[in-house]
Design a protein around this ligand. Sequence first.
Ligand SMILES: *Cc1c(COP(=O)(O)O)cnc(C)c1O
Length: 401
Amino acid sequence: MNNSNLLKIAEQFGSPVYVYDADKIKAQYKRLTKAFDKVEHLKLNYACKALSNISVLKLFNAMGSGLDTVSIQEVKLGLKAGFDPQKIIFTPNGVSLEEIEEVSKLGVQINIDNLSILEQFGTKHPNVPVCIRINPHVMAGGNTNISVGHIDSKFGISIHQTPLLLRIVENTNMTINGIHMHTGSDILDIDVFLYASEILFETAKQFKNLDFIDFGSGFKVPYSEGDIETNIEELGEKLTERFNTFCEAYGKPLTLAFEPGKYLVSESGIFLAKVNVVKQTTSTVFAQIDSGFNHLIRPMLYGSQHVINNISNPKGRERFYSVVGYICETDTFANNRRIAEISEGDILGFKNAGAYCYSMASNYNSRYRPAEVLWYKDEAHLIRSRETMDDILRNQIEIDL
Ligand SMILES: *Cc1c(COP(=O)(O)O)cnc(C)c1O
């Protein structure tokens, strides 16, 4: 997927447009699999909230991946994409008992993250094995928006409530077949992750019918050249050794599961947008693109930094630009960033646009959500059309006034 391919895609499908490289997704999946190849039973469940296009899901299904879902709609998408229900895990937070029961009926593995629902579900369906989400209270990464394992986080059942948890399991006579944690994004320190894993092992020991231990996700990917990333190979080596020792002590070869989203798809994606206006003020040069936080909200929501390249003029002399959108709201993608000289009409490419970009897009300002293209076998395949006025009006009801 070189610049000339990207420019052709922008021309053919219009801008803005999301483009995903299937080979990059496959390479990430393989790298993770390889890092854990000394685990007898490994299971990767792609966290599809990162990028939930049905063709992307089909690609994961074809690779043999499982699916991690957080809503019944994601479960249904997964089933539609061809996933076997047994290969789907439902890991919601704060959803209703009814939704959990409905998903369970579809044959999907349930993961419960609070004692109230656990007790209700266990009482009504003691024969359905469930996984439980534990909160080990370990702070992974530095950004509290994306760290979900710490003490005041809403996610998981606190390890300090283990006695209560055990009582519920005993009283309801339910089966716990999996133990899960997800400490949040951006694991920078493998030792912190391994420390959280120890807590999980401690909890796991107390359940006799486990089939798997799910270590969640939070692998950090590089956002720019030289940026730190999780050392997957080192993590693979260390966790494998520890996991295998645990299984020996437990007396059963358990499955080691992960549910990465960002790691598998972030780097595969590039977001292409066109520069509508170059606006010179007394202090700043703005490049205003035909998009905004309605299409890519991560910089405004999390302060994430997406590298931006001028695809139309990659060799141009670098100058400083603030890249902003066309939404009537402050929507700054980049502040005084060095980018190859920009002219109106140029196509800019935003890197790391595979995860949590399209899936967080909205119709704010009544704009259409962009098209999505999958670069697969050296060809561009449209996998979602740009919206139209019909989509904006769908479900709106005009009453007589
Ligand atoms: C979002 C989420 C993931 C994926 O996290 P990434 O940082 O994208 O890898 C995994 N598990 C659960 C439960 C999640 O909610």
